[in-house]
Write a protein that binds this ligand. Structure first.
Ligand code: CMC
Length: 434
């Protein structure tokens, strides 16, 4: 990991009650600087307080770089725009996991593993029958992923042993679980994975092929899905990735850590926003396209409503992923010859918001979730599966981050501190006297 002490300032000085302390300033490979507070409590007796971790780095990582002011996102040093244009999702998954793009032989071996592990144990299929018919796909996904550790207990005492096969297993099986849960939810027979189809083509086929109407796997739609999954594949220390690292740091198996990540992603402030966007656009459509009313609601401090798919903790400019997805949205709808009124509403909403002082002052722009749902909808994926799609995309990132954590000798169990604000010592009054 490229980490150096800052050459010019080297150390920061902290003065508490007249006593001076020195803190190292460390610098990342792109010049980002951080105060190293690892000795702060033992030296000064103080901790730092940072709700929401707005200013707290939880680790040093070599996987993803993002500059929220300039709108830059790179995986392992490669620009997201280039990866989305020139690579497949499987190549990018390999890149995230191994740090390098694969050569053809490495890629073929990885593809082979993905094919080999595509089935899930037949007994697991019975589990689907016991979820209520209207069960949320994200709850099914996280439960089924948790269960995988019982069927594939290869994660031994050394969490990194067999990591290549375990990663391939997870990436391949989660796709199968996602498609099976959809088929079960609509009461259709399951469609098993095929050896002759690649990762995305296989997923689409498992989702949409029917005994009575065979599904035609269109290369343009496969390309679009590859692009979307690449754009969602990693995003450094976001909520779900931090959940994977935190839960993983306790020493649980990878499946349990990923299941925690899926649950975190589910939230409407995180990956669940792609579903919330479509719900919001549909509500506006039903409300006679009165999008200005929703802009006013979003600005009203007394109204909890927020413009879904807008704003980001790190990006203070247009999310680079949203730019690519917006363009892909137009292209995909044109290919499929679909005219979706929700896309027009989304564009109008964006235009009004970007010219409104409230959004300008707070630097709120469309994020990755604003346009992605419109593409998924056009492909035929139901709204309640959108966040599952996000989970499929984010999976290689979660695994790569978990792997990096285990390879880092500095890793310790994640355990934040707090400032206690409750009652001080009290005398207990026995039950009969209360
Ligand atoms: N609509 C209206 N106002 C907003 C929005 C929004 N979407 N987002 C932020 N604000 C306002 C917020 O009310 C606050 O205003 P004030 O300063 O007057 O109190 C200000 O902007 C700063 O917001 P914050 O909540 O302190 O910012 P945060 O960094 O804690 O939250 C966020 C980031 C993404 C949770 C938030 O922007 C949000 O709720 N967006 C809508 C949900 C969404 O699209 N989530 C997906 C995020 S990107 C993909 C992912 O993570 O999966």
């Amino acid at each position: 990991m490229l980490l150096k002490k800052n050459k010019q300032t080297n150390r920061a000085e902290l003065k508490i009650n007249g006593v001076k302390y020195h803190l190292d300033i460390i610098e990342g490979s792109t010049g980002e600087k951080a105060l190293d507070i690892r000795q702060l409590r033992s030296d000064t007796g103080l901790i730092t307080l940072d709700p929401g971790y707005k200013n707290t780095g939880s680790c040093c990582s070599s996987i993803t770089y993002l500059d929220g002011e300039k709108g830059i996102l790179n995986y392992r040093g490669y620009a997201i725009e280039e990866l989305a244009e020139k690579c497949s999702f499987v190549e990018v998954a390999y890149l995230l996991l191994h740090g390098e793009l694969p050569n053809l032989e490495q890629l073929n071996r990885f593809r082979h593993l993905l094919r080999r592990y595509a089935l899930i144990h037949e007994d697991m299929i019975h589990f689907f029958d016991h979820f209520p018919p209207n069960a949320t796909p994200m709850s099914i996904l996280s439960s089924m992923v948790n269960v995988l550790c019982n069927y594939y207990p290869e994660m031994s005492d050394d969490p990194l042993e067999n990591i290549d096969s375990t990663a391939a297993r997870l990436i391949s099986k989660i796709r199968t679980i996602a498609a099976f849960s959809y088929k079960k939810s609509i009461g259709h027979p399951l469609v098993y994975p095929r050896y002759d189809l690649d990762y995305c083509g296989n997923f689409l086929n498992m989702m949409f092929d029917r005994p009575v109407i065979p599904y035609e796997v269109k290369p343009e739609i496969v390309a679009t899905l590859n692009k979307l999954l690449i754009l969602q594949a990693d995003h450094e220390q976001n909520c779900s990735t931090s959940a994977v690292r935190l839960v993983g740091s306790a020493g649980v198996n990878l499946y349990a850590a990923i299941s925690a990540g899926i649950n975190a992603l589910w939230g409407p402030l995180h990956g669940g926003a792609n579903q919330a966007v479509i719900d919001m656009l549909e509500a506006i459509y039903k409300d006679g396209n009165d999008f200005k009313k929703y802009i006013e609601k979003a600005k009203d401090p007394d109204d909890p409503f927020r413009l879904s798919g807008f704003g980001h903790r790190v990006y203070k400019t247009y999310d680079p992923r949203a730019k690519i997805i917006k363009k892909a949205c137009d292209e995909t709808l044109a290919i499929l010859n679909i005219s979706d009124p929700l896309l027009d509403i989304a564009k109008q909403l964006e235009e009004v918001a970007l010219n409104d002082d409230y959004f300008k002052k707070r630097k709120l722009y469309p994020n990755v979730d604003f346009y992605s749902g419109i593409i998924y909808r056009a492909i035929g994926i139901p709204t309640n599966m959108f966040t599952v799609m996000f989970a499929l995309g984010r999976l290689p990132g979660w695994i790569a981050q978990w792997k990096e954590m285990w390879e880092d000798p500095e890793t310790k169990i994640g355990r934040p501190r707090q400032i206690y604000a409750g009652p001080t010592k009290r005398e207990l009054i026995p039950l009969h006297e209360r």
